[in-house]
Ligand binder design. Structure first.
Ligand code: NAP
Length: 316
């Protein structure tokens, strides 16, 4: 199967491309600023801030599936540059859905638990969204555009907070925690912010499986199988790496406007696919110390950190 992956240098797109390659598919991996290490993939650099930037590449490649993982993925970055976020997070997926429908190719588009306000968890895919910030509002708009223009070719996959190693080494929960510790900070984590973390590797497996299951189109929810507070996530990460819980501070998210509980109901998708959701303890096994934080870690613990290399240009 010929699969185009946008955002292949990002946390989700990288692991989706890896999983598709491992299943023997022809992968065309698109990135923007950071070239990922994806042996076997055909890499292409492209700036997707012009929504029609993909017209020519997609029409000439004539893919069977497009996995769309490129986005402005942080709510703070969306607030800082709403115009760019509208282009990348709404206009681009709309255009991809039109292209996919035109070609009869599948489009698998990623969305977020942040389309909900956190008051009525666990959320089913049929529940009414009510995003509280611009990031969630744009992602919701994109979901509607993709399902409208993609018709029977589109799958929207709402996912929860991602864990695991990213090509940048600075994207996921444990990577951000390490960078804060290296800066000498004592980061705060909310004890009442309930999440259902999802391993990016596990997501990659599910996305690859979805490529092979054209009957599974529409809107689905996917996550890990364990709910946990942000504080307990950080505490478990520290324990896993042999670091003290005293390095972080417990706080409450009351009054911050952050959705407090974003648990997902995994049915019906969990019954329809082979890939099983993972516990947080299982996800911990797939986290390594980011390259830039290894000297700090080795000094703090006296332990050697396992090397990981997912992007070109990082020396070890
Ligand atoms: N991470 C999470 O916890 C989470 C949770 C829920 C939903 N999601 C959703 O999942 C999807 C993937 O998120 P992620 O965390 O994997 O994102 P990420 O790690 O921030 O990666 C974003 C990707 O988009 C690419 N990109 C950004 N601007 C671009 C441009 N102008 N042209 C071409 N490519 C560009 C980046 O390329 P370069 O790095 O090469 O510039 C990178 O590959 C998003 O739709 C996000 O909303 C993520």
């Amino acid at each position: 199967m010929k699969i185009v992956v946008t955002g292949a240098s990002g946390l989700a797109g990288y692991h989706a491309a890896r999983a598709c390659l491992a299943r023997g598919h022809e992968v065309h991996a698109l990135y923007h600023a950071n070239e990922p290490l994806l042996p076997g993939a055909k890499l292409q650099q492209v700036d997707l801030s012009k929504p029609d930037a993909l017209d020519a590449p997609v029409l000439s490649l004539f893919p069977d599936v497009i996995i769309h993982a490129a986005a402005i993925s942080s709510p703070a970055d969306v607030d800082a540059n709403p115009e760019l976020a509208e282009k990348l997070n709404v206009a681009l997926p709309r255009r991809l859905a039109q292209l996919a429908h035109h070609l009869g190719a599948r489009l698998v588009h990623l969305s977020t638990d942040m389309v909900f306000d956190g008051h009525d968890a666990p959320y089913r895919s049929t529940d009414l969204p009510n995003p509280s910030g611009l990031y969630g509002q744009l992602k919701l708009l994109a979901e509607r555009e993709v399902l409208e223009h993609g018709v029977d070719e589109a799958t929207v996959m709402r996912i929860t907070i991602l864990t695991g190693d990213s090509p940048s080494g600075a994207r996921s929960v444990h990577e951000k925690l390490f960078h804060a510790l290296v800066r000498g900070e004592r980061p705060k984590f909310f004890t009442d912010e309930i999440r259902q973390p999802l391993s990016a590797m596990n997501l990659g497996e599910v996305l690859a499986e979805l490529c092979e299951r054209p009957n599974l189109h529409g809107l689905f929810h996917w996550a890990g199988n364990e709910t946990i507070s942000r504080y307990d996530m950080a505490a478990k990460i520290l324990k896993h790496f042999g670091l003290s819980e005293d390095l972080i501070e417990a706080a409450t998210c009351e009054g911050t406007g952050r959705p407090s509980d974003l648990r997902f109901e995994l049915l019906p998708l969990v019954a329809k696919i082979n890939t099983a959701p993972l516990s947080f303890d299982n996800q911990l096994q797939h986290m390594t110390v980011p390259a830039a934080c290894r000297p700090w870690y080795e000094q703090a613990t006296g332990q050697k950190a396992a090397p990981v290399r997912l992007r070109k240009g990082i020396d070890f």
